[in-house]
Write a protein that binds this ligand. Structure first.
Ligand code: ZN
Ligand code: ZN
Ligand code: ZN
Length: 262
């Protein structure tokens, strides 16, 4: 069944500490180009009036206000690092507005870590004030059907840890990885839009580099590839100008329409 038309909004394109980085006065951290201001990594996937949030960063409140997000229908988690989960408490206003629980999806180790970080959300005890109302769904890598679109968890290696990216229709969002395993490459044919981690130019133990992600992008041959999870070593304009055709740097606020027919 063809997927409905879908829009991806980049809520944050930065690495774990964000850009500008606290205490840094490098050229990128001092840049006046808004594309050099990168909140923590997350995207919103919108289709048919539904909003699916991938990860809840420590910047979620700012990101939701900036993108004027007024409801969230489900949340998918890639992994449990602080830059991807620590904004979870900020979903409360969505609960107030929606008057219901929000389903969240995470692998077993990621869900365990989320419950450990936010025990008060999940302990079932009566509270004196509001806590997020969430329905936890532990996912073992099986496809997740959300309102007519299938989100396929794509295993990726984040250093020695296996985490998940997601493919949905003709798009895939693969943040935080040092390597895309061969078996996962097979899950990524025929993409219109691909997001890949590209932290910086220098090698890092748990993140891909610009050069490595150019190789991944060229092997997969998506119509458009966007790099994300970018640190302050890459200035947007100069960095993007050196990329091959059809490969771009994501930036906060970028909206990409996905061609469902790709
Ligand atoms: Zn991260
Ligand atoms: Zn800097
Ligand atoms: Zn991470």
């Amino acid at each position: 069944m063809p997927s409905p038309a879908c829009k991806i909004t980049v809520l944050g394109s930065g690495t774990s500490v964000g850009v500008p980085t606290i205490g840094c006065d490098c050229a990128v951290c001092r840049s006046t180009d808004p594309r050099d201001q990168r909140l923590r990594p997350s995207v919103l996937v919108s289709y048919g009036g539904r909003n699916i949030l991938i990860d809840t960063t420590p910047d979620l409140r700012t990101q939701a206000l900036r993108a004027r997000i007024d409801h969230v229908d489900a949340i998918l988690f890639t992994h449990s690092h602080a830059d991807h989960v620590m904004g979870l408490d900020d979903v409360r206003p969505f609960n107030f507005r929606q008057k219901g629980h929000i389903p969240i999806y995470a692998s077993e180790p990621t869900m365990t870590a989320i419950v450990r970080c936010f025990p008060y959300i999940f302990d079932g005890l009566k509270k004196e004030s509001n806590v997020p109302r969430l329905t936890p769904n532990t996912n073992d890598g099986s496809p997740i059907d959300l309102f007519g679109v299938t989100f396929l968890p794509v295993p990726i290696m984040h250093g020695s840890q296996q985490i998940y990216g997601f493919r949905f229709g003709a798009a895939a969002y693969l943040t935080d990885h040092s390597e895309v395993p061969e078996a996962s490459m097979e899950m990524l044919h025929g993409l219109d839009v691909l997001f890949l981690d590209a932290l910086r130019y220098r090698v890092h133990p748990t993140h891909s580099t610009v050069e490595h992600s150019i190789g991944t992008a060229q092997r997969l041959g998506a119509r458009r590839t966007f790099f994300t999870h970018i640190c302050h070593e890459i200035p947007h304009a100069a960095g993007e100008s050196k990329l091959p055709p059809n490969i771009f740097l994501a930036y906060d606020g970028l909206e990409v329409e996905v061609d469902a027919a790709a």
